[in-house]
Design a protein around this ligand. Structure first.
Ligand code: UDP
Length: 238
C-alpha cells in the first residue's frame, strides 16, 4: 500500500468514555496524550483533521433525566462536559505540537471560540486541528449526531468513529467469542440491525450526505494512521 493518505479531510469522533482509560469517571490525561499522538501522526500525513469529543465520562443527559432532572437542563450539563473534554484534548494536542482550536456550539468566549463554520474551515486549511465542543448546542441530541453534522458542514471525506473494538461486530466481541467483524456495511444494515455503534439520527445524517463512517479501535496506537492509508482493521459503513 502507498504511504499516501486515502482522505484529505476527516472528522474523528472520540467518546468521553474513551478518555476515561481504566477509571470509572473523568479524564485520564495519559489516554488524552496517546490519542493526541495518533492525531499528530495523521496530521503529519497531510490530512486535515477535526474532532468531536463526547462527554459521557462526566455526565449524560439521559442519566440526569432518569434521576429526576429536567431533560433539557440535564443535556446542557452534558454539553458542558464535552467542553471540558475538548479543552483537555486541546492541551494534549498542543503538547504533541499540533496547533489546535476549540469551537463550542455554546458560546464561552473566554475559554474557546464560538462555532463559526467558515472560520473552522480556515483553521483546517492552515493545518490546525479544530475540536468541536458542546455537541450540536441543542438538547435531545448526542455527540454522534454532532459529529455527523459537523463532518457534513465541514465537507469531510469521512467520519471516523473511534471505539473500544476494531470495527462493527455481529455481537459484542468482548462477550461473545463467535462475534464476526464486518468489513463493510450499508447505512440501512446499521439501521435495520440496530447495531449499537452510532445512533440512528447520526447514521441517517451520514447517509443523506453520502458520508462514509469508518469504525476502528481508538485504543490501538497507530490505528488511526493505518485507517488513513486504507490499512489495518476497520469497518466501513457506506
Ligand atoms: N448532548 C446534547 N446535545 C448534543 C450533544 C450532546 O444535549 O448535541 C449532551 C447529552 O446530554 C449527552 C451528553 O451531552 O448525554 C454527552 O454527550 P454523549 O452522550 O454523546 O457523549 P459520549 O457518549 O460520546 O461520551
Amino acid at each position: 500500500m502507498s504511504d499516501k493518505p486515502v482522505y484529505k479531510r476527516v472528522l474523528l469522533k472520540v467518546s468521553g468514555e474513551a478518555l476515561m482509560g481504566s477509571r470509572d469517571y473523568g479524564l485520564d490525561t495519559a489516554v488524552c496524550r496517546r490519542i493526541a499522538e495518533d492525531v499528530q501522526g495523521v496530521v503529519s500525513l497531510g490530512v486535515e483533521v477535526c474532532l468531536v469529543i463526547g462527554g459521557g465520562n462526566i455526565f449524560r443527559g439521559v442519566a440526569g433525566a432518569a434521576s429526576g432532572m429536567d431533560r433539557a437542563q440535564a443535556d446542557s450539563i452534558g454539553m458542558l462536559a464535552t467542553v471540558m473534554n475538548a479543552l483537555a484534548m486541546q492541551a494534549a494536542l498542543e503538547k504533541a505540537g499540533v496547533p489546535t482550536r476549540v469551537q463550542s456550539a455554546i458560546s464561552m468566549q473566554s475559554v474557546c471560540e464560538p462555532f463559526i463554520r467558515r472560520r473552522a474551515t480556515r483553521h483546517m486549511e492552515k493545518g490546525r486541528v479544530v475540536i468541536f465542543a458542546a455537541g450540536t448546542g441543542n438538547p435531545f441530541f448526542t455527540t454522534d449526531t454532532a459529529a455527523a453534522l459537523r463532518a457534513a458542514e465541514m465537507g469531510c471525506d469521512a467520519l471516523l468513529k473511534g471505539t473500544q473494538v476494531d470495527g462493527v461486530y455481529s455481537a459484542d466481541p468482548r462477550k461473545n467469542p463467535k462475534a464476526e467483524r464486518y468489513t463493510s456495511l450499508t447505512y440501512l444494515d446499521m439501521l435495520a440491525r440496530d447495531l449499537a455503534v452510532m445512533d440512528a439520527a447520526a447514521i441517517s445524517l451520514a447517509r443523506e450526505n453520502k458520508l462514509p463512517i469508518i469504525v476502528f479501535n481508538i485504543h490501538e496506537p497507530g490505528a488511526f494512521t493505518a485507517v488513513m492509508k486504507g490499512e489495518g482493521r476497520f469497518t466501513t459503513v457506506h
